[in-house]
Design a binder for this molecule. Structure first.
Ligand code: FAD
Length: 548
């Protein structure tokens, strides 16, 4: 029988093993997992930490026994693979009580995941500093908090794990601080998209520290209790417990020891997820894959890709003609009452990778405005200025974020353009959406830009110099205007705009704006057809006041 050996028994590894068994009843499948649990839901850990998920057992989806019963897989938990011999095709493995033993393989599947990154930081080895990747790590934090009566936590890292842990520990009644090196949390998105997350956390009494340069972690007692993070600025952020969640690094040591090709993104793989040794596959967080938009290599530590890659490897081993198509990087995160979602690179990342991109920002309600409970979404859509191909989307709002991100992820995967978004027929009834869904709206606006039905300018490009070229017209209502407006803006409410042409100088360029962009667009159309040289402010006054 074909001998299949898997290293790592969680997302990618278990997906492989289960699919392999579905394809072959005769294969000999062994899964090595160095930890005590296999096939568990590590994505639920931040929520179980603070008790939003009430029972830790809920994370343990499978046991070695249940997996063996259902899939006839030989599960070796608490067993670490410590060596690979590629010539003899064997792995060496070890348990706490046994010396090293060996097992032969025909195909070896590496699904070892990624290591929590521990930046070299003075004081990071104190007993109250924890990483948060596995159930035993979560249990250690919980036990520490319980035995020390911890009341505050400082979370180093504002990525999705840090943000989820912040909400979860806040629900437990702890005083929570977030310490982030970058100018904003949830680093994959743009600054303006992340800004509302800061406001939402502060509204919930989370203390948010951005651009934070940590000098050291200072523990004032021997056992680590009552400590603080000292910033280079001299500021002290106290935390009885400190979580270090600053990202992960692919676990490539074993692979490198035996000469498998790696790069800074992980183990190099082909579209069938084979490493430089065709009998050894690598999947999930440890594998380097290609981004569909940028065509660059990347390391994408997300559960969906890991699961699908594991499944795909089983298909390949059993003779199916399959290829991994690459990533679009679809992710979503809940931060108290706000959700943020991303697909494709942010504008910042597109720019950094030298990819030409235009974008539009729309702020439609998540469902029909007249149906109770509608809340606005902010949807930033990036696309190619030449052919309109969709390059990415970022959405933030209270509800309906995940649905639109998933629609746009599907569109990007299908290689669709903004013109295609104009034609998408999406489910609509007042509680769910609008007859023109936010996704359609983004398509209309983007296609208008490409067809030159509207010309836009972005808040981020409005330097003082650029602004001085324009006469600025605010087409909102007087009550909106008095609450705040752009410098030197003249108030000409939209419904009266046609009456006031005499007040607009035809020889000077016009910048028209409203609150979020739509009335500005209507003003643009009126003025354009009256012969003015006009641009509309993308995202409206909201974009300027947010400092986008
Ligand atoms: P893992 O699932 O990490 O499994 C690797 C396993 O290999 C580990 O259990 C490890 O012990 C074992 N192993 C390593 N070396 C050896 C060895 N030498 N011998 C034996 N065993 C070994 N992704 C999302 O998309 N959405 C989320 O909401 C989300 N939330 C997350 C929350 C947390 C707290 C964490 C830690 C991750 C989260 N992720 C999320 C990421 C997601 O869990 C990972 O991308 C996914 O689990 C990767 O799968 P993998 O199989 O590559 O690695």
């Amino acid at each position: 029988a074909l001998k299949l050996v898997v290293v790592g028994g969680v997302a990618g590894g278990m997906s492989f093993a289960a699919r392999a068994r579905r394809l072959s009843e005769t294969a000999n499948i062994t899964v090595f997992e160095k930890g005590p649990f296999v096939g568990y839901a590590n994505c639920g850990i931040p929520y179980a930490l603070g008790g939003i998920i009430q029972s830790d057992e809920a994370l343990i989806l499978q046991t070695p026994e249940s997996l063996n019963a259902r899939y006839n897989v030989n599960i070796r938990h608490n067993t670490e693979v410590v060596g690979i011999n590629r010539e003899k095709k064997i792995v060496d493995f070890q348990t706490r009580d046994h010396p090293v033993r060996s097992m032969a393989y025909d195909k070896l599947i590496l699904a070892q995941g990624a290591e929590p990154f521990r930046p070299p930081m003075k004081g990071a080895d104190a007993p109250n500093v924890f990483t948060l990747q596995t159930i035993p790590e979560m249990t250690a934090v919980k036990q520490y908090m319980l035995s020390h009566g911890s009341k505050s936590v400082a979370i180093i890292g504002g990525g999705f794990i840090g943000l989820e842990a912040a909400e979860s520990l806040h629900a437990l009644g702890m005083q929570v601080s977030i310490v982030e090196y970058m100018p904003h949390v949830f680093p994959p998105v743009d600054q303006d998209v992340a800004e509302p997350l800061h406001a939402e956390m502060r509204r919930n009494n989370v203390s948010v520290h951005l651009n934070a340069r940590i000098q050291e972690i200072v523990s004032s007692e021997e056992n680590g209790a009552t400590s603080h993070i000292l910033l280079e600025s001299g500021e002290k952020i106290s935390g009885d417990v400190i979580l270090l969640v600053v990202g992960v690094r692919p676990r490539v040591k074993l692979a490198e020891q035996v000469g498998l090709e790696t790069n800074r993104f992980g183990i190099v793989t082909n579209p069938q997820m084979q490493t430089s040794d065709p009998d050894i596959y690598a999947v999930g967080d440890m594998a380097c894959t290609t981004n569909i938009i940028t065509h660059n290599q990347q390391n994408l530590a997300l559960a969906g890709p890991a699961n699908r890659q594991g499944r795909l490897v089983a298909d390949h081993i059993f003779g199916r003609d399959v290829a991994y198509r690459g990533n679009v990087g679809t992710s979503v995160c809940k931060v108290f009452g706000i959700n943020v979602g991303l697909v494709g690179p942010s504008l910042t990342n597109l720019k950094a990778q030298g990819i030409q991109a235009e974008y539009v920002t729309v702020h439609p309600p998540n469902h029909a405005g007249y149906y109770p409970g509608a809340t606005p979404l902010s949807l930033k859509l990036a696309f190619s200025p030449t052919d309109g191909k969709i390059l990415g989307a970022q959405i933030i709002g209270k509800e309906g974020v995940d649905k639109r991100i998933d629609v746009l992820a599907t569109c990007i995967t299908a290689g669709m353009t903004v013109y295609d978004l104009e034609h998408l027929e999406l489910a609509y009834a007042p509680p769910f959406g609008s007859a023109k869904d936010p996704v359609n709206m983004a398509g209309f606006v983007a296609a208008n830009v490409l067809r030159k039905d509207t010309e836009i300018v972005h808040a981020e490009n409005l330097t003082a110099d650029a602004l001085s070229e324009y006469q600025v017209i605010d087409v909102r209502s007087p009550s909106e205007y008095v609450k705040g407006h752009m410098k030197d803006a003249k108030l000409l409410p939209l419904n009266e705009l046609r009456k006031y042409f005499g007040e607009i100088d035809k020889s000077k360029k016009v910048l028209v704006y409203c609150q979020v962009g739509y009335r500005g667009y209507l003003g643009y159309r009126i003025l354009k057809q009256a012969g003015y040289d006009v641009v509309n402010l993308d995202g409206g006054f909201k974009a300027v006041s947010q400092g986008a």
